[in-house]
Write a protein that binds this ligand. Structure first.
Ligand code: SF4
Ligand code: SF4
Length: 256
């Protein structure tokens, strides 16, 4: 069993620095969080019910899979706060979405390389657009994998809340190396779920997609598609109003 958490953290931070300093990107990220799940964790099988029957198991993605490495790249407060006004996604938010997807591709290539040097194999799903358009169901849900790894807990907005909040993006990759797994937190990270009254994310969704009854995925996606038209980019299907200007945007509010 390999204890690689510190190395993973270092490789991810090196890629963030390299990307920030040498690739002409506008976005910036706070210190990443990393956690590892066992590929055989029984919760992966449950995702076929929780997410959909099309959801793949780690073994489907990489025969002989033993570990699933997950990481959260938290946006800096200026990016999260920029998305507080207007019904449209802000330009910094849209850019951060695109640039973080590029960053995740780079991080995954780097991690794959490092793991291969150690004699392992690794594979990964694209950071985004890996879902069925018809059913809006992911073939591989990075946020559910991150939950299983122990990176955080789900909030009422159905996003993962980590120790550095929910405004950011999640990457994951699967390897056949056996890495020490992390433990899942027992306590809730969402104020509502912890028994305090919040519901700020519901108020932030002025589009009626997120209500006390849950998330209407189709309505949410239609709002995201409006930003595709607005930014004239087919990759601009973003919104994120429910993860900005909320107590869980930048931290775990229950722990605060
Ligand atoms: S805004 Fe409040 S209710 Fe919504 S997910 Fe965050 S902590 Fe939970
Ligand atoms: S992403 Fe936008 S449309 Fe979707 S639930 Fe959040 S605020 Fe509502």
């Amino acid at each position: 069993m390999l204890r690689l958490q510190k190395d993973l953290q270092l490789w991810i931070e090196q890629e963030i620095n390299e990307f920030s300093q040498n690739c002409g990107v506008a976005s910036q990220w706070r210190e990443p969080l990393v956690a590892v799940a066992a590929a055989k964790d029984e919760l992966f099988a449950e995702l076929k019910q929780a997410v959909g029957p099309e959801h793949q198991l780690p073994e489907d993605m990489l025969p002989g899979a033993r570990s699933v490495i997950c990481y959260f790249l938290p946006f800096i407060p200026a990016i999260a706060n920029s998305n507080s006004e207007s019904r449209r996604a802000s330009l910094p938010w849209f850019r951060a979405y695109l640039e973080t997807n590029q960053l995740i591709a780079r991080i995954n290539s780097r991690l794959k390389q490092e793991l291969e040097k150690m004699g392992g194999k690794a594979d990964f799903a694209a950071a985004t657009h890996n879902f069925s358009r018809e059913k809006l169901i992911s073939f591989w849900s990075h946020k559910h994998a991150a939950y299983i790894a122990g990176l955080g807990r789900f909030g009422n907005h159905q996003m993962l809340i980590t120790d550095r909040g929910s405004a950011g993006r999640i990457g994951s990759l699967i390897t056949d190396l056996e890495i020490t797994r992390d433990t899942r937190p027992d306590q809730e990270y969402c104020l509502n779920r912890a028994g305090e009254k919040c519901n700020r994310c519901l108020e932030r969704c002025v589009f009626g997609a997120l209500t006390a009854a849950g998330l209407d995925k189709e309505k949410c996606y239609q709002i995201c598609l409006k930003n595709v038209d607005f930014f004239k980019s087919e990759n601009a299907d973003v919104c994120g109003k429910c993860t900005t200007l909320v107590p869980c945007a930048l931290k775990n509010p229950v722990d605060a």
